[in-house]
Design a protein around this ligand. Sequence first.
Ligand code: APR
Length: 173
Amino acid sequence: MDHLDGRIRVVRGDITSLTVDAIVNAANRTLLGGGGVDGAIHRAAGPGLLDECRGIGGCPTGEARLTGGYRLPARHVIHTVGPVWHGGARGEPDQLAACYRNSLALAAKQGLRTVAFPAISTGVYGYPIEDATRIAVREVAAFLAGHPGIEQVTFVCFSDRDAAVYERECSRA
Ligand code: APR
């Protein structure tokens, strides 16, 4: 479903299949791969992605790093490291917001126009999906308002439940 004049859309599926300028990876601070969407992206991209990530030397929580897409249909991967959920009183909301802002800032700086996000931190890192989605939609809508160069952001949900939460939050934006 489309929102914000079609500049935000919500889809249900596998982010590794999207042909966009960049897909965002919910990585860990080592950038050396893992499970979840991180594992899926590295499996689909092939070994070249891990080689490039090794050269970056890690990424602090809340920040983002750009690499090539290798065997993915996406041209680039933007790796960002979400916060681990510890109840919400240890700066997690601000760190998660920074993931979305910094990923989009990197895309804008690179002149990328279409970006796809997974639901960062809502899997292994345990961030409650409703709270995380509210932050994701708020930050992306705010960034798009100030950056016409980013044509479209896609939220890729891996379950119908998550997609329903995103649709509800986008309808409120
Ligand atoms: N496409 C889209 N979304 C996916 C995919 C996929 N192929 N696989 C998983 N997801 C979804 C999950 O269902 C969840 O909603 O991505 C969201 C983020 O979950 P995780 O991948 O577990 O990421 P996160 O919670 O940020 O934890 C990051 O997990 O994989 C490790 O190396 C990673 O240590 C890091 C941690």
